[in-house]
Design a protein around this ligand. Structure first.
Ligand code: G1P
Length: 296
């Protein structure tokens, strides 16, 4: 493989959905701002992109979700109140989101699918490679999933995905990949992609998780992609079109911890797991042990 592509420094976070699985709270609070104790999911995601070097971020939003943009902006009244009370440690935490990344917000203009949402970032991204991070999952920085994907994309110039194995009966909820092994046990070549197939049509039990590194050349393909699964414009379909026309598609098979926050039970698991690892929540783990013992 040769150096055919610059390293992606831009990222797109599609965050325009209604989050029906969390209604009614998501009527007023974007799903992406649900807290992991005191830090919103979206901050973890923005930190993950920035840590991978993709700190020029386009957030694709929708009406009613402006709080996501406000969160990364300065709040003078709050800063002044904390300063006056000499709450310096809290002030530092409050101001941290302002400098993680450069955030540009763009409205999706209708719930027309993930492919449509990503396509809305075309004018900001241009023809450079870029990362896509879905807003309902995040990954420990130590696992370096996104940096590995960005490195691989810079080598191949093509599309780089992340896959995990799931039980066969769950494949219909996801994009699914057909793959071939490579010399690297953690990397596969993708030979086919299908969005939300019936179990019997799925080419494997390797599903796409919400991390992608894509070449800018996907934008005209997204424009030309018609509605697919669920009547929506699917990113998976545009990627498979490019693959069929010769764009190399590789995937990192991820075996680390996935912090899923896309549905209530997974969100609760992520919340409790990360809370239990903190040393500034005295008494939580002791309570958790006692409480677990009361469950049958
Ligand atoms: C989207 C993608 C799908 C992927 C999934 C990961 O689906 O279209 O290919 O497997 O994210 O969470 P959605 O969850 O938006 O239906």
């Amino acid at each position: 493989m040769s150096d055919t592509s610059p390293r992606a420094t831009k990222a797109v976070i599609p965050a325009a959905g209604f989050a029906t699985r969390f209604l009614p709270v998501t009527k007023a609070v974007p799903k992406e701002l649900l807290p992991i104790v005191d830090k919103p999911v979206l901050q973890y995601i923005v930190e993950e992109a920035a840590a991978a070097g993709a700190d020029d971020i386009t957030l694709v939003t929708a009406p009613g979700k402006d709080a996501m943009v406000d969160y990364f902006d300065a709040r003078a009244d709050l800063d002044n109140a904390l300063r006056a009370k000499k709450k310096d440690a809290m002030l530092a935490k409050v101001k941290a989101p302002e400098s993680i990344a450069e955030i540009t917000a763009i409205r999706q203009g209708g719930a027309k699918g993930l492919g449509h949402a990503v396509g809305r970032a075309a004018s900001h991204v241009g023809d450079e490679p870029f990362a896509v991070l879905l807003g309902d999952e995040f990954y420990p920085l130590d696992d370096r999933l996104l940096p590995r994907m960005i490195d691989l994309q810079a080598e191949t110039g093509g599309i780089v995905l992340a896959l995990i194995e799931v039980p066969e009966d769950q494949v219909s909820r996801y994009g699914v990949a057909a793959v071939q092994a490579t010399d690297d046990p953690d990397v596969v070549e993708v030979t086919g992609l299908v969005e939300k197939p019936a179990v019997e049509d799925a080419p494997s039990n390797l599903i796409l998780i919400g991390r992608y590194v894509l070449p800018g050349s996907i934008f005209p393909v997204l424009d030309a992609t018609g509605p697919g699964s669920g009547g929506e414009i699917q990113l998976t379909d545009a990627m498979d079109t490019m693959r069929a026309k010769g764009t190399p598609v590789h995937a990192v098979v991820f075996r680390g911890r996935r912090h899923d926050t896309g549905e209530p039970v997974a969100y609760l698991q992520t919340l409790v797991e990360l809370a239990s690892e903190r040393d500034d929540l005295p008494g939580f783990n002791a309570w958790l042990r006692e409480f677990s013992a009361t469950l049958d």
